[in-house]
Design a protein around this ligand. Structure first.
Ligand code: TXA
Ligand code: MG
Length: 345
């Protein structure tokens, strides 16, 4: 791969938006902010441009891409038919962190779907992102903007640190609000199947459809997932990690019992830090917020994991949350980041 000069745009002027839109349309690779994580964008109708995404990320070629659109009208030509259920989902949750798979139209290249008959569509809840998508005038394929297997980036600097030299540009719009990726659903007739949990929860989906199923692979390590990306190693920090789930007292006790606990990285709640009498501003100890706060943990998770990559800690001991609401998405990511080493206390 020839080394590229990666330009970071820190100021989203109308000229910058036009420049990045054109760069995308013409086959370039541009990292764009969204409300979940930064995405690595390329023209979603241009197979060669999308091949460059796979090359830049070292992404397995059977793992399909999400096409990002600025609105529902731009989604319509990409699917065989916009079913009434899909329309209801889009009207209720777009723009927002819900990715919907539907049978693809012929204009969508196989490169976007990894040869699958369905295409995944998403409209991000991020004004600057949608402005770039509008300026591009084409659907933008965008996986998370990290080297495959590593934690997803929630800041422009995290994108730069991970894939500089492999992409053309990055639009810096600060820290992503949510911090974990969108919910991916396969859209059926008045029902959906969650392939990847995310910012839109089962309870929210039940406002719109009668039934919400979960892909069996989410609870069985041996089943083959319907979202090909879910079978790969993901979100892994450099150091091995163990995640404990329980009350702050239980988590603090479990951490104290690890004999190297004064040398490892701690990624814990305020309450647990207090019980362990560790200072939260020490580079070895990151506090995500209050115990059980899934939203705060989602927001801090990937930047926390990346922080420890910059330290020499031999292990990371982390605190999880219950799987209610957004907690389901957070724990799905922590299970992978910990290579399934999650201990329920
Ligand atoms: O929040 C997000 O969704 C972020 C931002 C950048 O939009 N994007 C993201 O993309 O997380 P990526 O590529 O890292 O994850 C996409 C997931 C993968 O697990 C992939 O296998 C699945 O969606 N996927 C994509 N197209 C699919 C399809 N046609 N059928 C089933 N799963 C699909
Ligand atoms: Mg990803």
């Amino acid at each position: 791969m020839t080394e590229k000069k990666t330009v970071i745009y820190r100021d989203a002027t109308p000229e910058t938006i036009e420049t990045l839109g054109k760069l995308l349309r013409d086959g370039g690779l541009v990292a764009i902010p969204t409300e979940t994580v930064y995405g690595l964008g390329a023209n979603g109708l241009d197979s060669e441009a999308m091949s460059r995404i796979y090359e830049a990320k070292g992404r397995p070629s059977d793992n399909p891409l999400i096409l990002h659109v600025p609105d529902m009208a731009a989604a319509k030509p990409l699917v065989k038919s916009l079913t009434p259920t899909a329309q209801r989902l889009m009207e209720r949750f777009w723009p927002g962190p819900l990715t919907i798979t539907l049978p693809k139209a012929d204009c969508v290249p196989d490169r976007a779907t990894g040869g699958l008959p369905r295409v995944a569509l998403r409209c991000p809840d991020h004004d600057l992102c949608r402005a770039v998508l509008t300026a591009a005038g084409v659907p933008v394929a965008a996986p998370s903007a990290n080297i495959s297997g590593r934690p997803s980036p929630t800041t422009a600097d995290a994108v730069y640190d991970d894939i500089k030299g492999r992409i053309d540009a990055i639009l810096d719009a600060g820290t992503c609000d949510i911090g974990v990726e969108s919910t991916v659903v396969e859209c059926g007739d008045d029902e959906v199947t969650i392939l990847r949990p995310g910012g839109i929860t089962e309870q929210m989906l039940l406002e719109v459809v009668s039934k919400v199923n979960y892909d069996t692979a989410l609870s069985s390590p041996t089943a083959v997932p319907k979202a090909p990306g879910m079978k790969y190693k993901h979100y892994a920090p450099d150091a091995p990690m163990i995640t404990f789930v329980g009350t702050p007292e239980q988590v603090a006790n479990a951490i104290r019992q690890e004999d190297d606990f004064t040398e490892v990285g701690l990624f814990i709640s305020e309450e647990t830090a207090k019980l362990l009498q560790v200072s939260p501003d020490n580079e070895r100890c990151l506090v995500f917020g209050k115990a059980g706060d899934a939203k705060a943990l989602a927001h801090a998770l990937y930047s926390g994991l990346l922080h420890f990559n910059g330290t020499k800690v031999p292990r990371i001991l982390a605190e999880g949350v219950s799987e209610a609401g957004l907690g389901r998405a957070v724990m799905n990511r922590m299970l992978k980041a910990s290579a399934r080493h999650v201990v329920k206390l």
